[in-house]
Design a protein around this ligand. Structure first.
Ligand code: SF4
Length: 431
């Protein structure tokens, strides 16, 4: 029996799909690439924006057209939030919620041959923590390791607390064992992931700072990237650990801002003001000069005037950050913000999105130019035959190309950066 899986959304979803794939393999199924003819199709959905729902519906229909006789099951955030809507999409045979997610292989196995669409979505109170690890490419350069799930923050635009439940964390004493397994599988980099990662709290009382301290203390040939962390949870001790790291911790943070206006931040129920965010970015840059800093930002939140948007734009324009992930606000059912007055017209949301995307390109360009003359450590990921070059990421999250033989070892390469052109910096190996 063949099964193919597809993931939409965040790094945590990718890690979870991989864990489910492994279970299918253990049960004797063969994994086939998504899009090929198959017997079972599994789609792990996201629901972060309205577009994510639309994308999920598109993918479901396309997959069913490709394999009309396959059993098609849908799980993930969209399935948890709108099970009836997902079940009504033509071709869907089963819908699973978050609690059922890690039992999908057994449940699907038992359902094969059934005739009616089945919905298995239960309440998400007191969900257990389920571990998940995955890779993002064939070279086994980078794994994603989920140590935390869910969120208790209830920002007013966000569906995640409703889709994934309360914050919960992996047992602290299991973390180093998982890292050991990741190393044994041949990885050189791991992205420590979670939905609200900085809110990690083990049952034995450790917090995220303890996790970072533990990782730094390990004697490993692996570098660790912190996937995304709320600004109010990125404390001085974590910064010190990264600043003084012997190489286990990458000088790269991804810190959601969402808005540069404190008034909008308050309406979003974010837990910081724009000045605090600004101070944090300068503090990072003072301690870790060449740190890569990525920022999430939402435009078009209800009540966002031109002045509020300008506050966001000016703040980001002035801050020493490296790139932006720009999200256009979309109304999500059951969130408080859906009822807020003064919605921003869609065309203005799009214009603001475009302005910030252009700013992101300029920010990245500036950061890449600053790399010229510096030495970065790169893990080769993909060989580009026609250029005779490898490309990969540096520790501070810069895309680097360098000339080398196609047959090279998968390890860290020190690379002197000579130029920054377009979307890459170009370097030469220091042997
Ligand atoms: S911190 Fe806010 S935006 Fe992030 S997952 Fe939690 S509720 Fe959503």
């Amino acid at each position: 029996m063949r099964v193919s899986l597809h993931t939409l959304g965040c790094k945590v979803n990718y890690a979870e799909t991989a864990a489910i794939k492994d279970k299918f393999e253990e049960m004797g199924y063969s994994i086939t690439e998504f899009g090929n003819d198959t017997d079972v199709i599994l789609i792990n959905t996201c629901s972060v924006t309205n577009n994510a729902d639309i994308e999920a519906r598109k993918i479901i229909r396309r997959a069913k057209r490709k394999s009309p006789n396959a059993f098609l099951a849908v799980f993930g955030c969209y399935a948890q939030l709108k099970p009836q809507e997902v079940a009504s999409i033509e071709g869907v045979d089963a819908v699973f919620g978050q609690r059922e997610k890690f039992r999908v292989p057994t449940l699907v196995h038992n359902m094969l041959g059934g005739e009616k669409t089945q919905i298995n979505v239960s309440c998400i109170d007191d969900l257990p923590f389920d571990a998940a690890v995955t890779t993002d490419n064939d070279m086994r350069t980078r794994a994603f390791f989920k140590i935390q799930d869910g969120c208790n923050y209830f920002c007013t635009f966000c569906t995640i607390p409703y889709a994934r439940g309360e914050s919960r964390s992996m047992d602290f004493n299991r973390i180093s064992g998982h890292i050991e397994k990741i190393i044994q599988s041949g990885y050189k980099e791991v992205v420590i992931s979670g939905i609200n990662l900085g809110d990690y709290k083990s049952k034995s009382g450790e917090n995220f700072t303890d996790v970072v301290r533990l990782i730094e203390s390990l004697d490993i040939d692996l570098r660790t990237r912190i996937s995304s962390i709320e600004p109010n949870l990125l404390n001085d001790e974590i910064l010190e650990l990264v600043a003084n790291s012997k190489g286990n911790l990458c000088p790269h943070f991804h810190i959601p801002l969402q808005s540069g206006s404190s008034e909008i931040l308050r309406k979003m129920k974010r837990r910081y003001k724009s000045d605090q965010y600004k101070d944090l970015i300068y503090k990072i840059k003072n301690k870790i000069e060449n740190c890569g800093i990525g920022v999430d930002v939402i435009v078009g939140f209800p009540g966002e005037t031109d002045e509020h948007f300008l506050e966001t734009y000016n703040l980001l324009n002035n801050l020493p950050i490296s790139y932006l992930h720009v999200f256009t606000y979309s109304e999500r059912d059951n969130t408080p913000a859906v009822n807020y007055i003064n919605p921003v017209p869609v065309n203005i949301r799009k214009e603001r999105t475009q302005k910030l995307r252009e700013l992101s390109i300029a920010k990245q360009r500036k950061f890449y130019l600053e790399q010229v003359g510096k030495v970065l450590t790169v893990i080769p990921e993909t060989y580009i035959q026609e250029e005779g070059m490898w490309k990969g990421w540096s520790e501070n999250y810069v895309k680097v190309k360098f000339v080398a033989d196609q047959e090279i070892e998968r390890k860290f390469y020190r690379t002197k950066i000579n130029s920054a052109i377009g979307e890459y910096v170009y370097g030469e190996l220091i042997l």
